[in-house]
Design a protein around this ligand. Structure first.
Ligand code: OOG
Length: 262
């Protein structure tokens, strides 16, 4: 049964206040088990509009569930996307206050800085590479608003795919001379290796992931814009961290990115 009018606004307020008040809430599918993905994306869009009403600006998008392992874990065959707003962008040198989060986890990512608008339903990884000005190492901090990070696909889409913060490294390079699928990555916590992987973990190639995003948005007549930052998907499993931890992500050729919280 489709959501009755007004219910989506109620869900938006429920998720928005959970984030603002830093508390975990029961997943919405417990109350609305028939919530479908289209409705979930509509709720996500309204959630972003609410952020905009509060003065935030959209600066890009993130792609999630891009690894086979994560898709299998969730029993799905498709990635998901959410929006990034300017208040989510953190700088490498600024310690972030852990109190901003509920139960955060860090994921290594490759960020794409888009040089030209990309729109359509037949966009390829080659098109993405051609229109990308730079790629950079990044860390995404996800912070699901749901109890114990447990959710259905519709739940997580409505919750803007657990988006919370992201940090982009200071070395930005053209993707044209790199082989992004072969790039190795090591993520360490307080100097100890926590995860290793390579670019191929993201749908075979991070640019494939961005192409998937453009084509998915294209189905709804949307696209990505010049100047957008796109987080192409976690390259390994996410790791939890605590106050005073330092997370460092090092890539071959792309350089490194780190953050600390207090
Ligand atoms: C959903 C978001 C996952 C990724 O890159 O796979 C994600 C979650 O696990 O909370 O950002």
């Amino acid at each position: 049964m489709p959501l009755t009018k007004g219910i989506d606004n109620k869900i938006v307020d429920y998720l928005y206040s959970a984030e603002k008040e830093r508390r975990e809430v029961e997943k919405i599918s417990d109350q609305y088990p028939d919530l479908n993905l289209e409705e979930a994306y509509r709720i996500q869009e309204k959630l972003i509009q609410k952020r905009e009403e509060d003065g935030c600006r959209r600066i890009g998008l993130k792609i999630g569930l891009t690894s086979k392992a994560k898709q299998e874990m969730m029993g799905v065959h498709e990635a998901i996307y959410g929006y990034l707003t300017d208040d989510m962008l953190a700088l490498e040198w600024e310690p972030i206050n852990f109190q901003e989060w509920i139960h955060p986890k860090a994921e290594p990512e490759i960020a794409f800085m888009i040089g030209e608008d990309l729109l359509g339903t037949n966009v390829t990884a080659e098109d993405v590479i051609r229109e990308t000005k730079y790629v950079a190492p990044a860390i995404e901090i996800i912070d699901s608003r749901y109890v114990n990070f447990k959710f259905t696909l519709a739940d997580v889409i409505a919750d803007n795919c657990s988006s919370s913060k992201f940090v982009v490294g200071s070395k930005w390079v053209s993707p044209k001379t790199l082989n992004l699928e072969d790039i190795g990555m090591v993520m360490s916590k307080n100097g100890e290796i926590a995860q290793t992987s390579s670019g191929a973990a993201v749908l075979g190639h991070p640019a494939e992931s961005v192409a998937w995003l453009v084509n998915k948005l294209g189905e709804a007549g949307k696209g990505i814009k010049k100047g957008d930052i796109i987080l192409s998907g976690a390259i390994s499993e996410a790791i939890s961290f605590a106050p005073n931890d330092n997370i460092l992500v090092q890539f071959d050729e792309l350089g490194s990115v780190s953050f600390s919280c207090k």
